[in-house]
Design a protein around this ligand. Structure first.
Ligand code: NAP
Length: 430
């Protein structure tokens, strides 16, 4: 019997558990998926945009993984404080860190500590009802927002800021965010990209959505676009994205009250209480270099969507520069592995984590053989019981799930609990 602990219950964690459950028979492996929250699914619940429900549907697959006897959800347990890595090492044959990259990378320019400057992890966590960010209360009383970054998260943030209340029908946006966004005064959203239109990291489907918003219009200055013939050098997906930019540039001005202004070759250099100072850049090959020319963009809210870091865990080697665990192809130390964003950084789609999970299970299979010797689940349970930590089980989560569905707004699949204590109360059937 092999005993495997997977730390983190997002996509990377569940694909790892799925792979391990498939790799060994029911009698061959026991997998515990440990999460600090009492609710599973990580990025699917708290990162994927609430108006992208079809992407969230993948959690049904993770649920199926959890309904087998050899996979257990152990929620509400923080590795590093409730139980240490050394303690887990004594109990499990392999530990896989699938903790994602939930921390904002600091933008690192003067003024980034001002209260109206928010990282995308916090902003996305707020509208998705993550307990860490439920009280964020972003400033939405001014008219101008600046979104920094040209990736899919910047697109999510800009779109959420631009939508009407009715456009959230069918979404599971947190009620507090829906009310705040409905009352929002934001009318002008500038999206700053430090490089050019050909270098955006926005996928075509998501970018195309901006062209169909009820009250908001994307605006691209045609003069910012490279000559159309240059698009031939792009890969097909990127070419489609750039075509959307060309369509936005060609569209008549229109009368919609909210604008989404793409500002390319624009790198923020300082943030002030009411504006962002931006330096015009130019491309040197694929790299942005400053030109020395600066200008100001009004901003009552700044959301930095510039990537994420994996929080460190005491006792685990960490690569400070990359912002993730120090590892070689997923191996950190004997018996200790990482997978997904915690291994490779915050890139790729949800599905990218599937081969990652399967690959790490092959490493484990090579390393631990039949894994005899470690005590597994009962030893973790004894440790937690001695500390008064009562984990949330998958059955408990199903009670939380049912309670969230039962309290949903009429046009929403669920109203999430945003306080840990409310989640735990629902888990215990209170
Ligand atoms: P990302 O795709 O890496 O984009 C980050 C953006 O921030 C890039 O445009 C980058 O510019 C810019 N940036 C980084 N540092 C900067 C700085 N100091 N100043 C100005 N700009 C800076 O990351 P992401 O948007 O956070 O997304 C993370 C991953 O999740 C991606 O793989 C993304 O596709 C995925 N995702 C997918 C979906 C979806 O499919 N619907 C939704 C959300 C996220 P440079 O390119 O110049 O570095």
């Amino acid at each position: 019997m092999r005993h495997i602990a997977v730390v983190g219950s997002g996509p990377a964690g569940y694909y790892t558990a799925e792979a391990a459950a498939k790799r060994w028979s029911e009698a061959g492996v026991r997998i515990d998926i440990i999460d600090r929250l009492p609710v599973p699914f990580g990025l699917i619940r708290s990162g994927v945009a609430p108006d992208h429900q079809s992407i969230k549907a993948v959690s049904r697959r993770y649920e199926a993984t959890n309904l087998t006897d050899n996979v257990r959800f152990v929620g509400g347990v923080t590795v590093g404080s409730d139980v240490t890595i050394d303690e887990l090492s004594a109990v499990y044959d392999a530990i896989v860190l699938a903790t994602g990259a939930p921390a904002d990378r600091p933008i690192g320019i003067p003024g980034d500590e001002l209260p109206h400057v928010i990282g995308s992890a916090a902003f996305v966590g707020w509208y998705n009802g993550h307990p860490d960010f439920a009280d964020l209360d972003p400033p939405l009383s001014g008219t101008n927002a600046v979104v920094v970054g040209n990736g899919n998260v910047a697109l999510d943030v800009a779109r959420i800021l631009a939508k009407t209340r009715a456009e959230f029908d069918g979404s599971d946006i947190a009620g507090h965010a829906l009310d705040a966004l409905e009352a929002s005064a934001v009318r002008c959203i500038s999206i700053l990209g430090r490089r050019g239109p050909h270098q955006i990291a926005m996928t075509p489907k998501e970018l195309g959505e901006l062209g169909h918003l009820a009250r908001a219009q994307p605006r691209v200055d045609a003069a910012d676009l490279p000559p159309p013939a240059d698009d031939a050098a792009l890969d097909p997906g990127q070419r489609k994205s750039v075509h959307h930019l060309r369509d936005f540039a060609a569209a008549p001005p229109g009368e919609k009250p909210v604008t989404l202004d793409f500002d390319f070759l624009a790198s923020p250099v300082a943030i002030h209480p009411d504006r962002v100072t931006v330096e015009r850049t130019r491309l040197d090959g694929d790299r942005a270099v400053g030109t020395g020319e600066t200008y100001d963009v009004p901003a009552s809210l700044v959301v930095a969507c510039i990537g994420y870091r994996t929080p460190s865990i005491p006792g685990v080697p960490y690569d400070e520069r990359a912002g993730r665990f120090a590892n070689t192809e997923g191996r950190i130390a004997p018996g200790l592995y990482c997978v997904g964003w915690a291994r490779r950084g915050p890139s790729g789609t949800i599905g990218t984590n599937r081969p990652d999970g399967y690959a790490v299970v092959e490493l484990i299979a090579d390393d631990i053989g039949d894994g005899e010797g470690k005590p597994g689940r009962p030893a973790l349970d004894a440790l937690l019981a001695a500390r008064g930590v009562e984990p949330v089980t998958f059955r408990d989560w199903q009670r939380i799930d049912a309670a969230e569905i039962a309290r949903a707004r009429p046009d929403s699949p669920r109203e999430k609990f945003v306080r840990i204590e409310d989640m735990v109360a629902a888990a215990r059937g209170a």
